[in-house]
Design a protein around this ligand. Structure first.
Ligand code: SF4
Length: 242
């Protein structure tokens, strides 16, 4: 059964470096006083206006098969298609940091305060990523609580619209998870409202399987390799908790 995960905004405040990296600001420029002031202003506003919350539900491989297939429009070489049947555990998740932030970014653009609007938008995107990581940790904690001697495993999350998983899979994901109960709607375009929301599946299993999947054509052509930033190991987390 899905459970709602409250997230304290203080726990999902992005580091300035990650925000400037997302905006492709060179490291040398990030030290400028004006940029630092802008970053602080954007972060203060984010902290005041964001209302992060998530929902999580473990799902069997058989249940996920239909959600992954979606409307039959996936890339046949999708690495997720190879990975999920071999994973030990899967969970659907959705997180949002709320609508107010998006409204505030629009208002700032309307007022032609482009610098603050852009900085706040980047802080909000990074904050939403941190909220997704929180959902991963929540899932891992629930697995560790059930099986304290959990064998070493890798954890990574995938979202519709990436890694060959077609965006239209959102329809079945939403039917199963019902993130509407935390205020996330699915639009006809398959984008989510609030815009700063992330949905997907968290996969827990062998690191070798994940690495093998990354030899697929879709991965060889992938420019971001963003999964590398997202793969983490349960054994490390256990050590961190001790
Ligand atoms: S390499 Fe790219 S396409 Fe492949 S799993 Fe990683 S992020 Fe997805």
């Amino acid at each position: 059964m899905a459970h709602v995960v409250p997230i304290a905004v203080e726990s999902v405040i992005p580091a300035p470096e990650s925000v400037w990296r997302a905006l492709s600001v060179p490291e040398s420029a990030a030290d400028h006083q004006r940029l630092q002031d802008l970053g602080r202003q954007a972060t203060d506003r984010y902290q005041r206006l964001a209302s992060p919350i998530g929902i999580l539900q473990e799902i069997s491989t058989d249940e996920f098969e239909g959600i992954f297939a979606g409307e039959g429009r996936n890339d046949p070489d999708s690495p997720l298609g190879l990975v999920y049947p071999l994973m030990r555990h899967l969970a659907l998740f959705a997180v949002t940091i709320g609508q107010i932030i998006t409204d505030e970014v629009s208002t700032l653009f309307d007022k032609r305060d482009f610098a603050l609007a852009t900085a706040l938008d980047a802080v909000a995107s990074e904050g939403c990523e941190l909220a997704s990581s929180k959902m991963e940790r929540e899932f891992i904690h629930s697995l560790l609580a059930a099986v304290p001697s959990f064998p070493a495993a890798a954890v990574v999350r995938f979202s519709p619209g990436y890694c060959g998983w077609h965006l239209t899979a959102q329809h079945l994901l939403f039917q199963f998870l019902q993130p509407q109960c935390i205020g996330i709607e699915l639009l006809n375009s398959c984008l989510m409202k609030p815009l700063k929301s992330i949905s997907g599946v968290i996969a827990v299993g062998s690191k070798d399987i994940l690495e093998n999947a990354m030899t697929q054509p879709a991965c060889l052509m992938c420019e971001t390799k963003s999964c590398l930033d997202r793969i983490s190991l349960i054994t490390e987390r256990q050590e961190q908790r001790v």
